[in-house]
Write a protein that binds this ligand. Sequence first.
Ligand SMILES: Nc1ncnc2c1ncn2[C@@H]1O[C@H](COP(=O)(O)OP(=O)(O)OP(=O)(O)O)[C@@H](O)[C@H]1O
Length: 272
Amino acid sequence: MTSHLLQADSLSKTYPLPGGNSHQAAADVSFTVPPGGALGIVGESGSGKTTVARMLVGLVRPDHGTITVAGRAREPRPPRGTKARLARAREIQMVFQDPYVSLDPRLTATQCLRTALRLHGRPDTKATELLDRVGLGPREADARPRDLSGGQRQRLAIARALAVDPRILVLDEAVAALDVSIQAQILQLLAEIRAETGVALVFVSHDLAVVRHVTDEVLVMRAGRVVERGPTARVLSSPEDPYTRLLLASVPTAEGWDPTDAARARASLDSA
Ligand SMILES: Nc1ncnc2c1ncn2[C@@H]1O[C@H](COP(=O)(O)OP(=O)(O)OP(=O)(O)O)[C@@H](O)[C@H]1O
């Protein structure tokens, strides 16, 4: 018996590049998430976070490695039958940085949720409950994505993902495009949803402040590899890897920030 809900084992992905070259975006990435747990995946732009997130949901096919949900291996490709596809969708749902990617521009918020609910055989009357759950009111219920603010659109994208009643939500830079005050509201919302529904979160972000608030464990990636992992509070307060220390030093704090220092530290790490 396994106590893990999600298990990623040795995920690797190399992209072909023009001219016969290639780029290894993820190398031997392994981690586990317990039921209802929250894992952060952090690293700078290009470290491979999005590639890992996309492998989890099946948008990128790993070259090697396996993904297991509740003890069942996930096939790299979506299965053929509708029933099996829907069951797979209920394992993992993804929320993207730009909700325009996942929201149908023609549907109002209510129509969008009803469509997802019906597809998964759930009563479409749950749409109102879901809108309420993510803090959207009657005005937003009848609005289309273009008529919503960025924060409201992200709330709708979260409700759309929850309509499927997934075991795991993968959020890829889901608050990166939002103002800081709106970010805080969405992070609070996600913490509440996790506590209420027991959905597990995989939170991909370049922003250490963001993962500090919503995750229990964190994984630090650099150039496709995991360089550090552990409880979020420990990793952020006493980082062991020089790269994690650099990431933390690069974040402006209340005490101030010296860009020259941060740039120097980065240069010395890159040449190490
Ligand atoms: N389809 C692709 N073809 C070729 N190279 C790719 C492809 N997708 C990503 N890469 C490269 O793989 C590396 C990792 O990209 P990835 O998007 O996973 O990183 P990331 O940490 O999520 O960065 P960002 O936050 O900028 O998206 C980068 O160097 C990127 O240029």
